[in-house]
Design a protein around this ligand. Structure first.
Ligand SMILES: [Zn+2]
Length: 79
């Protein structure tokens, strides 16, 4: 009778572990997928538009949508 109780608790423990470890691994995977889908957006300080970081061009610590915006911004800032 004690052995049956032990087996019951062992099965319950294993089920509990599988259930919660499955949930733990499923959540960060979903989080990673959404993080990859939503690309980081950067602000062009010249034309005030947001664009994906991969499409932006970098000048110093600022990101621009085009070479024109970059030069206009840098000229405007220096004067
Ligand atoms: Zn721009």
């Amino acid at each position: 009778m004690l052995l049956r109780l032990f087996v019951f608790f062992l099965l319950f423990y294993l089920f509990y572990r599988i259930y919660f470890s499955g949930r733990r691994t499923a959540r960060p995977a979903a989080k990673r997928a959404s993080a990859d889908a939503a690309e980081e957006m950067v602000l062009d300080p010249q034309c005030k538009s947001y664009l994906p970081k991969s499409d932006a061009m970098r000048r110093g610590d600022q990101y621009f949508c085009s070479e024109r915006c970059a030069s206009l911004y840098l000229v405007g800032r220096s004067s």
